[in-house]
Design a protein around this ligand. Structure first.
Ligand SMILES: Nc1ncnc2c1ncn2[C@@H]1O[C@H](COP(=O)(O)OP(=O)(O)OP(=O)(O)O)[C@@H](O)[C@H]1O
Length: 372
């Protein structure tokens, strides 16, 4: 396999460290003409070996500053950055240059040399490090093969599509055998289909080469598609972090809800929209519940069982959708329960005992004049 020959890890022996990247109490203050600006305020997070760690936030939240602190392109004002147990904040520039070989980075705008061919772009960091020409060739061609560009070696960036340019960026980032790949909005300039193909490539690199990946993005779709863990950053602080599945199933903060809701088109039928929602039963109204199923429970016939268990309650499915978080099935549904208030309560209780997450929207009266 290609990584046995060309991806020998020079800095890190697996199994020796419990973590790959550990940021502790990072603060970053920029001096600006209008005064000092605190871009990061006490950020702590740990990225473990093999993670694909997503950092999501709105524009200006501090994502780029944070990712640039990981490889010390930005020096934090306070706090420590440990990679494989080494504290980068204590290093001088020469030491940092050496450690940075262990950290590849790709960018939104690809940052390729326009006057160099694809081959020369990937060879560039190797040339700089003084590698012999024949060794460079041995390294560059397998990398181009890995990213699917071996036929484009002699072309220039201007002759490539956006996705192909990012593939060159990835091959170049991998040239120094990194253990870590930092991706700063790497798919933001790409269309959705190309984004998918680049994300698949990043996942392959993570899985086959064992490279730990940190992805900075403002798109929850990217997090959902490939990340194992996520941190939501807001105004320079981490609002929420955890496994992607946990955060999707149980978002705690309003900003996380907002990011997730962009992906979820779980709108109520028009008959229920703009109706007053009450916490207490309303006469002739429905109790609306939001159900979330994960993993195997997504396949289970919970609704059929509910109908059997609560024969006197009308069950209406108002919205349903089956998706995946990476390979885990993830189902969402909005249902309306109508009937005797006590029976409806019992049906809700029964659902709460099943392998499904139940969120109560409230009691709503159907607006019969509406057309669905
Ligand atoms: N070199 C700098 N000098 C001064 N202020 C900066 C500098 N870099 C970033 N900032 C400020 O720090 C804050 C965080 O910026 P940063 O680029 O890290 O955010 P971001 O989440 O990556 O945003 P975007 O998605 O728009 O790139 C912003 O208010 C920005 O204006």
């Amino acid at each position: 396999m290609i990584n046995n020959v060309y991806y020998k890890n020079i800095y890190f022996e697996k199994g020796k460290c419990k973590y790959m990247i550990k940021l502790s109490h990072i603060k970053k203050v920029y001096d600006t003409p209008s005064g000092s600006l605190q871009a990061l305020k006490d950020i702590s997070l740990t990225v473990e070996d093999g993670d694909i760690y997503g950092i999501i936030g709105l524009s200006g939240a501090g994502k780029s500053t944070l990712v640039r602190c990981i490889n010390m392109l930005e020096r934090p004002t306070e706090g420590t950055v440990e990679i494989d147990g080494q504290d980068l904040t204590k290093m001088n520039e020469a030491q940092l240059r050496s450690v940075r070989k262990n950290i590849g980075m790709i960018f939104q705008q690809f940052n390729l040399l326009s006057s160099a061919t694809v081959y020369e772009n990937v060879a560039f960091p190797l040339k700089l490090s003084g590698m012999a020409k024949k060794d460079i060739e041995k390294k560059v061609m397998p990398l181009l093969k890995l990213v699917g560009l071996e036929q484009k070696a002699r072309q220039y960036p201007s002759q490539l599509s956006g996705g192909q340019k990012q593939r060159v960026g990835i091959a170049r980032a991998l040239a120094s055998d990194p253990s870590i790949l930092l991706c700063d909005e790497a798919t933001s300039a790409l269309d959705p289909q190309t984004t998918q193909s680049i994300l698949r490539l990043i996942k392959k690199i993570n899985e086959e080469l064992g490279i730990t990946v940190v992805i900075i993005t403002h798109e929850m779709q990217v997090i959902k598609d490939i990340c194992t863990k996520v941190a939501v950053i807001d105004h320079g602080v981490i609002a929420e972090k955890g496994s992607v599945i946990e955060v999707f199933m149980n978002p705690q903060q309003a900003i996380t809800h907002e990011f997730i809701s962009v992906l979820l088109s779980d709108e109520l039928p028009s008959a229920f929209r703009q109706q007053t929602v009450s916490a207490e039963p309303v006469e002739d109204g429905y109790l609306l519940l939001r159900l979330t199923f994960l993993g195997e429970s997504a396949d289970e016939p919970v609704i059929m069982q509910l109908i059997k268990n609560a024969p006197n309650v009308d069950v209406s499915i108002l919205f349903g959708d089956l998706d995946q978080i990476q390979t885990v099935p993830y189902g969402r549904m909005i249902i309306g329960l109508k009937g005797d208030a006590q029976k409806v309560k019992e049906a809700e209780k029964w659902l709460g005992e099943q392998d499904v997450k139940v969120g109560v929207i409230g009691y709503v009266k159907r607006h019969d004049a509406a057309v669905d």
